[in-house]
Design a protein around this ligand. Structure first.
Ligand code: NAD
Length: 493
């Protein structure tokens, strides 16, 4: 089969409806929308465009399924997740190709995301049977304290386009483990991966109504009424800080439990004692993984002035070797950005940085070809007030600044409203411990450019969010704590 035939055949097998109460349907109003290939601008598929009425039907299904699901033995929920894990492993090539087609990242990276996303299914299949409580005597001996956990209830999950599978499984897996029913609203730019995955969850035995999925180009119109409906109990959102904070405000009406995975502005700090080979290799991972379109992408390279010239030269040489192309081509190392607006934003940030005094060491422009490509770019001498140092770049642009001592590096790292992740390169353990206490961040990568791990609590502080996904912490986002005070006449007997 040619590549084009294989892609067409995969699209034919990918569901394109809304998924409500265990069945694929057209949107209630029959509307559809287009999903594009960002490498070519071509239309890949038309997907059902859920309306507010479909949203309500999904919430009714989730609400109706909640009680039975909450009382399903945790071992059964665990085994559904385990079967889903096996199915994702079997179909990983389909999922990876679909992801590359709609999102653009190189196929090797899509395979990496599928494996990472799948680890959440495995991890939370192992966590489901471990939900527990405690029993204690009150200090005065008069009562017994029973503390138990129960599922929060129907949960709305809103996910972004940059990691179409992992951002979904990071929410769905702990919710299944905890016994919550769900409504997933995938990003309108990349719904196909989530729809394919939904089919696998159904094949794995997830009962009808437990997971409902609503692709839509009207996210506010479809989710707004759900957020104000008392049957919904939880909102888990991954996306921009601007949208997240608006959704938090809306969630206050029903006092919903909220989890917010929002934007970042990660500093990547290279100290004078860093292993330079490791720092350059880590910088490539932290900057160019996902084409720079990651909340954990290194946004500001803060490099000690004594090693800045060497670091910038080596990073420039390495980034110059990245071949740009459609993610399905074997030698592509950098795919397209997601759309024309993303290219325009990156171009604006680069132009403003240059106007503020930055020097272009590599690239600096969009590529003149179909699709939404931007060259690998290195800027040096970036002033800290430049917009590129303040805003999320979300593109393949490394912006290098310098510092002269540790105190200055910490102040610079902490100088934005964000606090998702920091990366530091140093061989000094005492310094690492100082930084772990002083950097305002939810996560710290030490001599590594990648922190994501299903077994670890992922999340940020300040404007980067609230709550954690993954690790032991991830399931707590979907559990309520219930305390029972027991006073028994026989206690004193
Ligand atoms: P976005 O905020 O525009 O969209 C995210 C999701 O919210 C999409 O599904 C979108 O349809 C939906 N949405 C948009 N407006 C809405 C509204 N009014 N009501 C309800 N839903 C609405 O973000 P994006 O451009 O898709 O994603 C990129 C952003 O996500 C970046 O800021 C990135 O840092 C962040 N992100 C954070 C994490 C994390 O774990 N912290 C992970 C990935 C991405």
């Amino acid at each position: 089969m040619t590549d084009a035939k294989a892609e067409a055949e995969l699209l034919r097998r990918t569901p394109t409806g809304v998924f409500i109460d265990g069945a694929w349907r057209d949107a209630g109003n029959g509307a559809t929308f287009e999903v594009q290939d960002p490498a070519t601008g071509a239309t890949l598929a038309r997907v059902a465009n859920a309306s507010p009425r479909d949203g309500m039907a999904a919430l009714s299904a989730a609400h109706a399924a909640q009680e039975g699901w909450a009382h399903t033995p945790s071992r059964q929920r665990s085994e559904i997740l385990r079967r889903a894990f096996e199915l994702v492993r079997e179909r990983s090539e389909d999922l990876a190709l679909l992801m590359t087609m709609e999102m653009g990242k190189p196929l090797a990276e899509s395979r990496g995301e599928v494996a990472y996303a799948n680890e959440f299914l495995r991890w939370f299949s192992e966590e489901a049977p471990r939900i527990s409580g405690r029993y204690a005597a009150s200090p005065d001996g008069a009562t017994r304290l029973l503390v138990t956990k129960r599922p929060v209830g129907p949960s709305l999950m809103i996910t972004p386009w940059n990691f179409p599978l992992a951002m979904a499984t990071r929410k769905i897996a702990p919710a299944v483990a905890a016994g919550c029913t769900m409504i997933l609203k995938p990003a309108e730019l990349t719904p196909l991966t989530a729809l394919y995955f939904t089919q696998l969850m159904a094949e794995a035995g997830l009962p009808a109504g437990v997971l409902n999925v609503l692709p839509t180009t009207d996210p506010g119109g479809v989710t707004g009424p759900l957020i104000s409906d008392p049957r919904l109990r939880k909102l888990s959102f991954t996306g921009s800080t601007a949208v997240g904070s608006r959704l938090m405000a809306a969630s206050s009406q029903q006092v919903l439990r909220v989890s917010m995975e929002l934007g970042g502005n990660a500093p990547f700090i290279v100290f004078e004692d860093a292993d330079m080979d490791a720092a350059v290799a880590g910088a490539l991972m932290a900057k160019l993984r996902n084409g720079g379109e990651a909340c954990v992408a290194a946004n500001r390279f803060l490099v000690h002035e004594s090693v800045a010239a060497e670091f910038s030269a080596r990073l420039t040489e390495a980034m110059a070797s990245y071949r740009v192309g459609r993610g399905t081509e074997a030698d592509t190392k950098l795919g397209p950005l997601i759309n024309a607006a993303a290219v325009a934003k990156v171009r604006r940030l680069v132009d403003e940085a240059v106007a503020a005094g930055a020097v272009v060491a590599l690239g600096g422009a969009a590529l003149d070809r179909p699709g939404f490509f931007f060259e690998p770019t290195v800027l040096t001498n970036v002033p800290s007030h430049a917009s590129i140092a303040q805003e999320e770049i979300f593109g393949p642009v490394a912006a290098v600044q310098t510092f002269s001592d540790e105190r200055e590096a910490i102040a610079a790292a902490n100088s934005t409203p964000f606090g998702l992740v920091c990366f530091v390169y140093t061989r000094d353990l005492s310094r690492v411990l100082r930084l772990a206490e002083r950097l305002e961040t939810g996560m710290l990568g030490v001599n590594t450019g990648v922190v994501s791990n299903a077994a670890a609590p992922f999340g940020g502080v300040k404007s980067s969010g609230l709550g954690r996904e993954g690790g032991f912490e991830g399931i707590d986002e979907y559990l309520e704590t219930v305390y029972v005070a027991v006073s028994d006449p026989f206690l004193g007997a």
